[in-house]
Structure formats: C-alpha cells, structure tokens
Design a protein around this ligand. Structure first.
Ligand code: PLP
Length: 421
C-alpha cells in the first residue's frame, strides 16, 4: 500500500517534473491534448487489473459484469457521437485500430492507396517500414506542387490506374478538409473500400465543425487522445454489419489479447464529455486559434523573413509552417520555440529540399491550448510570439519572448490541485 512517492521516488519525480513541464510551457504539438481529471481517474483505476478477452456479454473470463457496463457505455456513446451503427472501442492505439481495420477490409498482398507520409499521411497508411508497407502493396498519392492540396482529379486518375482495394482518406499533417463524397465516388468507380482515418480531426467532427466521414466510408478509425482529448487509445466505426463482424474478429483475437478496460472506461468518459456544449465551444476555440495563428504567420513582416503557411491558411486545428525560404530550418525553429517555452514539432513539407532530420517545416496545433482555456486574445498573443520568434530567427530576444510565454502559462493554469487528487 505504499504510495508511488514512497515506493519509487525516481518515477514519482518523473511525474512531478512532467506535470511541471506541461503547466509551465505552451503545448502546441497538434496531436496532443490534456485528458481531463475524470479520464485520468478512470485510467489510473483498478480496471487495469481485469482480463476481459472477448466482447461485452461474450467474454472468455469470469467477473466481467462491471467492465461490460463500461465497454457498453463507451460503444453506445461513440456511436451516438459520430452517428455510426457499429463501434469497436478496444484498440489500444490508433496504430492498432488501423492494423485491425486494414485486415478486416483486405488480405495481405492487396493494394492500398493513401497520402504519402512525406505529404502528410501517417505511418500506418503504407510507410515501407510499417506493417502497412510490409503486408500490403502500396501506392501513394501526393499533394499538388502548386496548391499543396490533394487534387481529386489526379487522385481519380491514379486510382483508376492503380486499382487499389482500399483508398485511404486521412492525415497527420494537412491543414485542409478532405472531400469525403468525392473520395467515395472514386472508391466506387474503382471498386475499392474507403477507409477514413479521422485521428486528427475527430474532435472537430464530434463538435459538428468538420464534415463527418461516417456516412461515406466503409470503415472509420480514430485515436481518442488528439482533438478528442481522451485517453491514449483508438476506435473503429462502421455502418456495415458484415464489416462490423470482421472488425471485431480482427481486433480480438486478430490483433490484440485482453482489452485495456481502464482505457475503455476513460474512453466512455471522454465520449460523454465530447457530446457536451463545453466540448463544442472548445473545438470552436481550437479552430479560431489555428486561424489566428495562420493569419499572423502570413502577415507581411513574417513573410518578408521567408516564413509562410502551407495552403495560405487552415480549416482545421493545425497550421503547417513553410520554412523553405527561411534562414531557419525546421529543427532550428523547433529548438528556438522550445527555448521560449513553446513545444511544437518540426515536419517535412511536401517536396522538402531539406532532409527529414532537419526539415523545412513546423506543425503547430491549438487543441491543447484550447483545452487549457485559451480565448481569442490569448491565441492572438501566442500567435504574435511565434510570428516574432520565426521572423527574428537567431536575433530573437529570447528572454522577452519567454516572459510573454510565462505570462500566458500563468494566466491559464493547468490541472489545478492535481497533487492533492
Ligand atoms: N492515424 C493518424 C492519422 C495519426 O496521426 C496517428 C498518430 O499520430 C495515428 C493514426 C496513430 O495513433 P497512435 O500513435 O495512437 O498509434
């Protein structure tokens, strides 16, 4: 019954320092968020002890009467949230959801057509070192070199030439909405399944601020921990009863053993929150923050320093900064922002002249700051800090910018009183 601090002070210290880091810096990694207290409680609970292989009512272990309630709640809530007929909430992560989804749709050796990793796609959409690139034949589409957007006419031509069994719509670094109806019509034309990976924008969909892919796709996958702000984990949705059976058997026993019941309880809580007004309002602030950032980073003083924003703006929760003409490469810009207390990740831009370890871009997202309570004034201030830092580069007044970051962090406290929970 020893506390963590008593039993393992070294790990307790990691937790303490990480809480301090999250509080004292501004988190702008587009795939991150802050899970609320209720989700942390569910995750740090006795549900972690329970084996529950199988599905509610059909388990291979006894004593599942209570965890069944949690999983059924998670399933029903996520179906209502996204308007799907079926849901599997057992995937341990986004990558596990994607592995099970692909094996439910096709067999090894079949062909997938997804957005290339270098142009904003995800590892699980066919990268050669990933299971998706090893098990399946891969064709990748790219963004247009002029507009940096997916060109649906080119995609149609490529799909007709490649004849993939699955077309993937979804991304990890793309600042615009995809046209799901058009993807559906291309998939129908070539006889492919349409898989939408909404990991990044699921929270916007839940809030009604982004088109919902569920009516168009054969299968929709997502993570729960990005814009959705729940526990680190994944989910799979479909409207097709036959596909639902395949998904279930491909998650368990296909790819996983026992489900993480503490995470599934956390998902149920996150879906409850995501159905509420506070969540919708937060997603609206997320979008507003990204738009304000894009506006600041396309103002004349910034563009004159060779810094800009891919596609000239954003429709979603992130901005892709284009540093191809800047004196800073992606690594230097990431380090500079880190020095003043803003956490972002460098990111290759499509057709990047610099290597993947340095890159010519940054991916900057607003979900975590919106969860922290940022309003338009606060987003305007952080956008200005980033604009000035990237404009000034090596000449930036680091202490002055760091002070402005600190003021923002103080004005929007995070996890108040968590030490006493
Ligand atoms: N799909 C997309 C589009 C993602 O961006 C990510 C995460 O980066 C994943 C899937 C994988 O999620 P996880 O890191 O939970 O495996």
């Amino acid at each position: 019954n020893q506390s963590l601090a008593e039993l393992d002070p070294e790990i307790a210290e990691v937790l303490r320092l990480e809480l301090g880091r999250q509080r004292d810096t501004l988190e702008m990694i587009a795939s991150e968020n802050f899970a609320p207290r209720a989700v942390l409680e569910a995750q740090g609970s006795v549900l972690t002890n329970k084996y529950a292989e199988g599905y509610p009512g059909r388990r291979y272990y006894g004593g599942c009467e209570h965890v069944d309630v949690a999983e059924n709640l998670a399933i029903e809530r996520v179906k209502t949230l996204f308007g799907s007929k079926f849901a599997n909430v057992q995937p341990h992560s986004g990558a596990s959801a994607n592995a099970a989804a692909l094996s439910a749709m096709i067999k090894p050796g079949d062909k997938i057509l997804g957005l290339s990793l270098a142009h904003g796609g995800h590892l699980t959409h066919g990268m050669k070192l990933n299971f998706s690139g090893k098990l399946y034949e891969v064709a990748a589409y790219e963004v247009d070199p002029e507009t940096f957007r997916v060109d649906m006419d080119k995609l149609r031509a490529q799909a007709l030439a490649e004849k993939p069994q699955v077309i993937i719509a979804g991304w990890s670094a793309y600042p615009r909405q995809l046209d799901f109806a058009e993807f559906r019509s291309i998939a129908d034309e070539v006889g492919a399944k349409l898989w939408v990976d909404m990991a990044h924008f699921a929270g916007l969909v839940a809030a009604g601020l982004h088109p919902n892919p569920v009516p168009f796709a054969d299968v929709v996958t997502s993570t729960v921990h990005k814009t959705l702000a729940g526990p680190r984990s994944g989910l799979i949705l479909t409207n097709d009863p036959e596909m639902a059976k395949k998904i279930n058997s491909n998650v368990f026993p296909g790819h996983q053993g026992g489900p993480l019941m503490h995470a599934i309880a956390g998902k149920a809580v996150a879906f409850k929150i995501a159905a509420g007004e506070e969540f919708a309002e937060r997603q609206a602030r997320t979008l507003e923050g990204a738009t304000l950032l894009a506006e600041r980073l396309t103002a004349a003083d910034v563009t004159e320093a060779g810094v800009s924003v891919l596609t000239g703006g954003t429709d979603v929760h992130l901005v892709l900064v284009d540093l191809r003409n800047s004196e800073l490469d992606g690594k230097q810009a990431e380090d500079l922002l880190h020095e003043i207390g803003i956490t972002v990740n460098r990111n290759s831009v499509p057709f990047d002249p610099r290597p993947p370890m340095t890159t010519s871009g940054l991916r900057i997202g607003t979900p975590a700051l919106a969860t922290r309570g940022f309003d338009s004034a606060a987003f305007t201030e952080v956008a200005d800090i980033i604009g000035i830092a990237l404009r000034e580069g090596r000449n930036a007044d680091i202490p002055a910018l760091a002070q402005r970051v600190e003021n923002l962090a103080k004005a929007f406290p995070l996890y108040e009183g968590l030490e006493d929970w």
